[in-house]
Design a protein around this ligand. Structure first.
Ligand SMILES: C[C@H](O)[C@H](O)[C@H]1CNC2=NC(N)=NC(=O)C2=N1
Length: 92
């Protein structure tokens, strides 16, 4: 099981555009319209399956919110940071 990160570790490792909200890290990715967000969400799903680590994804017009936490650990771990960085990596 992944170890929980400390508050300082989380703040130090938060990837660009992400913020901590309680026991989750969250980013809202912005798009010009609806379908690009749908495509991005699908790609995030692929990253999640590759990592076997699954975010909560909310698609609205022009925005995709991605929320990450490690359920097995009850909080934020390296798995969340790593997947957040991978999400940033596919965001144009
Ligand atoms: C049963 C399955 O291995 C677990 O649910 C995995 C898969 N995806 C997961 N995703 C997230 N966000 N946290 C987990 O602890 C987790 N664990």
């Amino acid at each position: 099981m992944s170890d929980l990160l400390t508050d300082d570790e989380i703040e130090a490792q938060l990837p660009e555009g992400w913020e901590r909200k309680g026991e989750e890290i969250v980013r809202v990715f912005e798009f010009d319209s609806y379908l690009p967000g749908v495509g991005f969400a699908s790609a995030v799903g692929g990253l999640a399956e590759d990592a076997w680590h699954h975010p909560e994804i909310t698609i609205t017009w022009g925005e995709v919110e991605v929320r990450l936490t490690t359920h097995d650990a009850g909080g934020i771990t390296e798995k969340d940071i790593d997947l957040a960085e991978r999400c940033n990596g596919i965001y144009d």
